[in-house]
Design a protein around this ligand. Sequence first.
Ligand code: ZN
Length: 358
Amino acid sequence: MGILDIVPAGVLTGDNVRKLFDYAKENQFAIPAINVTSSSVANAVLEAARDIKSPIIIQVSQGGAAFFAGKGLPNDKQQASIAGAIAAAHHVRIVAKEYGVPVVMHSDHCAKKLLPWFDGMLKADEEYFKQHHEPLFSSHMLDLSEEPKDENIAECVKYFKRMAPLGLWLEMEIGITGGEEDGVDNTGVDNSRLYTQPEDIWDVYSALSAVSPNFSIAAAFGNVHGVYKPGNVHLHPELLNKHQIHAEQKLGGGKKKPLYLVFHGGSGSTKDEIKTAVQNGVVKMNVDTDTQWAYLTGIRDFIQNKSGYLQTQVGNPEGADKPNKKYYDPRVWVREGEKTLVVRVKEACADLGNVNRL
Ligand SMILES: [Zn+2]
């Protein structure tokens, strides 16, 4: 039985998101969440998922969403980030069905100061729900991990009460992920804070599960956003098992691995670390830094290899009157970036066991 026997192709919402993550947890694999900044990037991600016959998670960050709408737009009130995220979700909704794969359409880290962005997306979900009886997005992330724990949990509960009736999944973060991303700089944080404690996870679980079962937790286990020299990051995904066992004991009833966990800051982690994380209930792993690099690779190589064809509109090494349109058309060189991105997304899926799952 494959995942298409359980959920449909296209953007998933409501309990279908949980069914997908349950299937992943039961079958010991995780789904990569790839950050997209344009329809080109989103299409390449979908293409990779289709080729290897697996579900995929597409996410937009606040900055990526603004780029999706266009860097020429003002964003002082998060208007470009709101419009771009909505545009990305509509784009993915329309084309994902053509690729024939289940997709989780997600918005990435939203810190306290970016809440107007979150509010704008949630408003779009509510409007979409009125017409279609489901939200526009599958899932949103609230990252209030920089705030005191009680405030983090209370704010998540407040938003989750609005999200759950629409059929939205919530991803939250607790503990500190090192490094810098989306304007949150944790490069100087004390090492012990980089590991979330099982009691903290249980506090989150008990508060959110009172609202809906459709949520996941990004716990810190030494993760760092961005990419760092090997040896500088000390990941301890085995700690995630402690969270599961603590929650199992608190819950009683024998339910195994009750938590849906998310792996942030995974760029540069080893295959063993990924495997351990998945065994301990990680169902989603964010991939951004490595796929940014992959998208550049194809474009860079093309520009370098075809340099003689890209200096003037007419005239290349084959003759002074030879036209170069078939080299400078964006459909040619952007496509080269898409091709190398497709390869990298497939690799991310393979690392997580997310291959041949339809
Ligand atoms: Zn994070």
